[in-house]
Design a protein around this ligand. Structure first.
Ligand SMILES: *[C@@H]1O[C@H](CO)[C@@H](O)[C@H](O)[C@H]1NC(C)=O
Length: 450
């Protein structure tokens, strides 16, 4: 990591106060990719740039001893939650697929391919047979009782799978979407890998469509952290991505069959796929039904949803920035289809720039003016061995030992206040899913020339 000189930091902060929105999006995009490197689990490759991270969780295994190393630690913890990891992968793929020029101008195409492949290589390992998929490694309750370096973990790391008799159509549907979107990404650079991904996508979709159930019932340990509410939205979203990857209209008949139970949903995040699905279907089919759905949803959120005093969309108190940038990204996709283009782009940029410093401080670690230094992130908080790292480290007032470049934290309270405190995980934690739409939106604005 190239250290940033003090002079540059001062310069950036002066500019960001003087001219709202004049941020170096390419720099932030590159840093966001470093964040994904810092979340890597398993054996790290020789070209790993984030050197303070070490090999970890090398014994992650399935119930029959299958190798389940790799993938991403979810957030500030070390659990590998397949559900948000799949959403992250779908969104990173979407961003690279449709905003390739943005990644090109930031010289970040190959790093983004690596970020996507780090997840899909792991998903392939988890998909041990047609109707058998490991959706989580590590237990939320066990993992969250420890505070240590990832390479020093000694706690038990159980692996949980879904099967035809214990199904989770939300998890399988989102994973099908991730496989399909990633297959499109790799089509031009590695066609054999793209074909492998597409085969997994088709099988996972079939699994999801035929064997319905909720993740929280199939893998109750996920309830600590990710309570998924429906699966119809993932079935529609997955079908949309499969349709994009195959051109097979059968997938659109699945969308039609699901439409009545789906049409009154909302949201766009690790749980809710509504807005992403309708805007993607609008793009792929041009059908006015989908255009109307995304227009109504974006208009509602942009015009009527709660906001902080300084204009941040405030859809939830836990990780508000992530919900704001998710909507900003998805409505930017609508803008690209000619739907309220100028106003949606203006609003999306406002949300992005809030995270980068417009409200007086940066919420992206290692970037801009007064960024967070106490993110709720176990690995970054721990000094290098042999120094002790435990709950005293967690509760200490010292800044994190390592700079987790590019991680966007949860964000402010509704009054725009922010306490840079490791124990306030609703506002200072990071997450793989938090950075996904954020990074894709950066690529989009870079492509538009900011
Ligand atoms: C394509 O992906 C496969 C599977 O990861 C890998 O073994 C192979 O080296 C890749 N080929 C190229 C040209 O990158």
């Amino acid at each position: 990591m190239k250290p940033i000189s003090i002079g540059a930091v001062v310069l950036v902060s002066v500019i960001s106060i003087a001219v709202a929105g004049s941020y170096d999006y390419k720099d932030v995009l590159q840093k966001s990719l470093l964040f994904y490197e810092a979340q890597r689990s398993g054996k790290l490759p020789a070209d790993q740039k984030v050197k303070w991270r070490k090999d970890s969780a090398l014994k992650d295994k399935g119930q029959n001893g299958e190798d389940l190393t790799g993938g991403y630690f979810d957030a500030g913890d070390f659990v590998k939650f397949g559900f948000p990891m799949a959403f992250t992968t779908t969104i990173l793929s979407w961003g690279l697929l449709d905003h390739h020029k943005g990644y090109e101008s930031a010289n970040s195409v190959s790093d983004c391919l690596k970020a996507i492949k780090w997840a899909t290589d792991y998903f392939i390992k988890c998909h041990v047979s047609e109707y058998e998929y490991y959706g989580q490694v590590g237990s939320g309750t066990v993992d969250h009782a420890h505070w240590s370096r990832p390479e020093d973990m000694t706690e038990e790391r159980p692996a949980y799978k879904i099967t035809a008799s214990q199904p989770a159509a939300d998890l399988a549907g989102e994973t099908a979407a991730a496989f399909a979107a990633a297959s499109l990404v790799f089509r031009s650079t590695n066609s054999s890998y793209a074909n492998t991904l597409l085969n997994h996508a088709k099988q996972m979709y079939d699994f999801a469509y035929k064997h319905r159930g909720l993740l929280t019932d199939a893998i109750p340990d996920s309830k600590c952290c990710y309570v998924s509410t429906h699966y119809e939205d993932e079935l529609v979203w997955g079908a949309a991505w499969l349709y994009r990857a195959t051109n097979d209209k059968t997938y659109l008949t699945y969308v039609d069959a699901l439409w009545d139970s789906f049409k009154n949903m909302y949201g766009f995040d690790w749980d809710q796929k509504y807005a992403g699905a309708v805007v993607l279907l609008a793009k792929l089919t041009g059908d006015s039904k989908y255009k109307t759905a995304i227009t109504n949803n974006c208009n509602y959120v942009f015009q009527q949803a709660a906001r902080s005093n300084k204009g941040l969309l405030y859809l939830a108190n836990w990780g508000p920035l992530r919900y704001a940038v998710n909507y900003a990204f998805v409505c930017l996709q609508a803008a690209d289809l000619g739907i309220n283009t100028q106003s949606y782009r203006t609003e999306a940029k406002k949300q992005l720039d809030y995270a980068l410093g417009d409200a007086g401080r940066s919420y992206v670690i290692g970037f801009g003016n007064n960024p967070p230094t106490h993110a709720h992130h176990r690995a970054a908080s721990c000094p290098d061995a042999p120094a002790v790292c435990n709950w005293d480290t967690y509760h200490g007032s010292q800044p994190n030992a390592h700079v987790l470049y590019g991680g966007m934290v949860g964000g402010p309270a509704k009054d725009d206040s922010f306490k840079d405190d490791r124990t306030d995980y609703q506002h200072t934690e990071v997450g793989c899913d938090y950075n996904a739409c954020f990074q894709s939106m950066l690529a989009h604005f870079i492509e538009l020339g900011n």
